[in-house]
Write a protein that binds this ligand. Structure first.
Ligand code: NOJ
Ligand code: CA
Length: 530
């Protein structure tokens, strides 16, 4: 079997920096805080951290509105702190992936100040400016992701500018070669400092229709859906020209050894896999979010895995994601018992898993009282459940004040059960979901069948989904019970004997298996076939 690279056999752990660890008592997590928790991550067994944005930002969208691509927001520390974090991570064998946000900057970025200063400013064309429509309204019908129109009127220059997200996040014009060069230089700035790769924010948005045609209405839209979904995003993103840009980003990355390019892409499967590039010159890992939206049952999950495996281009490496800072937490979506099945699924499928901080302790969405709402989406479209604060709450570390996250009141409330659900408590409980993660990760690391082997579909029977992972002579059978009733997992006819390596219940290690294993409700097992 060909050797795999770190971003193929490894595990990525996503850190939302505001919420991981505060080091200076302002209630907001920071780089020094992350650095102080590196040993925890090593102990957990992950290989890389992806840190959501920490660059200078007015924080209209909590760092996804960047006013300087080459610095650190004082809230998070200084460039020296970043360098120290990177060095300490590397010293522990951890890779560091940054969040790169090329689609839009902050409206406070000097580029945008210049761009809006006058129509003949050299930076005018760095953003997307258009004359009003004949009726003086916006140039077309495009909508913004957090509510409202995607065009904002600039009275001093009498044109509209385009923003796929907030008005404070104007879209850069990626048709302008100077913009591309400037952004490639940003990548090199961080690559030269030693970072190991990038997760590229909304990569499928970078190119818009050259003719700015109206998006068609979405016939499936109904009340209660985000207003952006009134239209199908046909012309505002995923344009054919995007793939050339992705290949250019990849070429910059490829100028450095052993780096990774991950793309954030919310698209249907057939369009998603195009982001690998026809000759694999695109993103190494176009994020695969299908499990986030899956109906949680054996048949549906098995179908998703099979279709994804079949759709991957030759040589394209798979990846799986259960949750992130924009989505409901997995334990909230599927419940505490199935969160353990979800962990076993994520960590035994073929392809790179990305683990969202807090998943490993079964953290759930935290209800945010109206007075403490932070997310601009919740503020713009309140009460409909779109707000992302609930999934961004502070990591609870121990039983001390503010769960060890901060000496001050945290920027978002802690989980109400933080006295029981915290890292220290769960570490001490051998059966906890945290220790399940540790065991699963250790097993994945030590078995090539799990971290790089083939995926072989076994069967779906009622609530049971079973598959094999194979490498060389090794065959591991994974059985996941998505239901509330016991299930019998029958071993394959050509390998009827085995040994149980791990159960989600953490109490059946080393059990011999003859012919079949009886799974309890919501139990998952990994069996080594003899
Ligand atoms: C996707 C990011 O994950 C999300 O948090 C952000 O609000 C938007 N892109 C805009 O950058
Ligand atoms: Ca802080």
């Amino acid at each position: 079997m060909a050797d795999t690279l770190w971003w193929q056999h490894g595990i990525v752990y996503q850190i939302y920096p505001r919420s991981f660890q505060d080091s200076n008592g302002d209630g907001i997590g920071d780089l020094e805080g992350i650095r102080s928790r590196l040993d925890y991550l090593v102990g957990l067994g992950v290989d890389a951290i992806w840190i959501s944005p920490f660059y200078p930002s007015p924080m209209a969208d909590f760092g996804y509105d960047i006013s300087d691509y080459r610095g650190i927001d004082p809230l998070f520390g200084r460039l020296e702190d970043f360098d120290r974090l990177l060095a300490d991570a590397h010293a522990r064998g951890l890779k560091v992936i940054l969040d790169f946000v090329p689609n839009h900057s902050s409206d406070q970025h000097p580029w945008f100040h210049q761009s809006r200063a006058s129509r003949d400013n050299p930076k005018r064309d760095w953003y997307i400016w258009r004359d009003p429509a004949p009726d003086a309204g916006p140039p077309n019908n495009w909508l913004a992701n957090f509510g409202g129109p995607a065009w904002t009127w600039d009275s001093s220059t009498s044109q509209y500018y385009y923003h796929a997200f907030l008005p404070e996040q104007p879209d850069l014009n990626w048709r302008n070669p100077d913009v591309r060069e400037a952004m490639f230089d940003v990548l090199r700035f961080w690559l030269d400092r030693g970072v190991d790769g990038f997760r590229v924010d909304v990569i499928w948005h970078l190119m818009k229709d050259e003719l700015f045609r109206d998006n068609p209405p979405n016939p499936a839209w109904h009340d209660g859906m985000p207003s952006i979904d009134r239209l199908l995003q046909v012309y505002s993103c995923d344009r054919p020209e995007i793939h050339e840009v992705v290949a250019q980003l990849r070429a910059v990355i490829d100028g450095y050894p052993d780096r990774v390019l991950i793309g954030e892409i919310y698209l249907p499967l057939e369009r998603l896999v195009a982001y690998y590039g026809e000759g694999l010159e695109g993103a190494h890992l176009p994020f695969n979010f299908q499990l986030i939206f899956a109906a949680w049952n054996a048949g549906e999950i098995a179908r998703i895995v099979r279709d994804y495996e079949a759709a991957l281009p030759q040589g394209g490496w798979p990846n799986w994601v259960l949750s992130n800072h924009d989505q409901k937490r997995i334990a909230t979506r599927v419940g505490a018992a199935q969160a353990r099945i979800a962990a076993m699924l994520l960590l035994t499928l073929r392809g790179t898993p990305t683990l969202y901080y807090g998943s490993e302790i079964g953290l759930e969405d935290v209800p945010i009282p109206p007075g403490r709402v932070q997310d601009p989406w919740e503020k713009n479209e309140p009460g409909l459940g779109f707000g992302r604060d609930p999934a961004r709450t502070p990591m609870p570390w121990d039983g001390s004040e503010n769960a060890g996250f901060s000496t001050a009141t945290p920027w978002l409330p802690l989980n109400p059960d933080c006295e029981e659900r915290n890292v220290a408590r769960l570490s001490a409980d051998p059966a906890s979901i945290l220790n399940l993660h540790r065991r699963l990760i250790a097993l994945r690391r030590s078995h090539p069948a799990l971290n790089r082997g083939d995926y072989v579909h076994a069967h779906v029977e009622g609530d049971l989904y079973a598959y094999e992972r194979r490498s060389g002579d090794e065959r591991l059978l994974i059985g996941l019970n998505f239901g509330h009733r016991p299930q019998r997992l029958t071993l394959p006819g050509d390998a009827p004997e085995g040994r149980l390596l791990l159960s989600t219940a953490l109490d059946r290690e080393d059990e011999p298996v003859h012919g079949a294993a009886d799974l309890r409700a919501a139990e998952g097992v990994i069996i080594r076939l003899a």
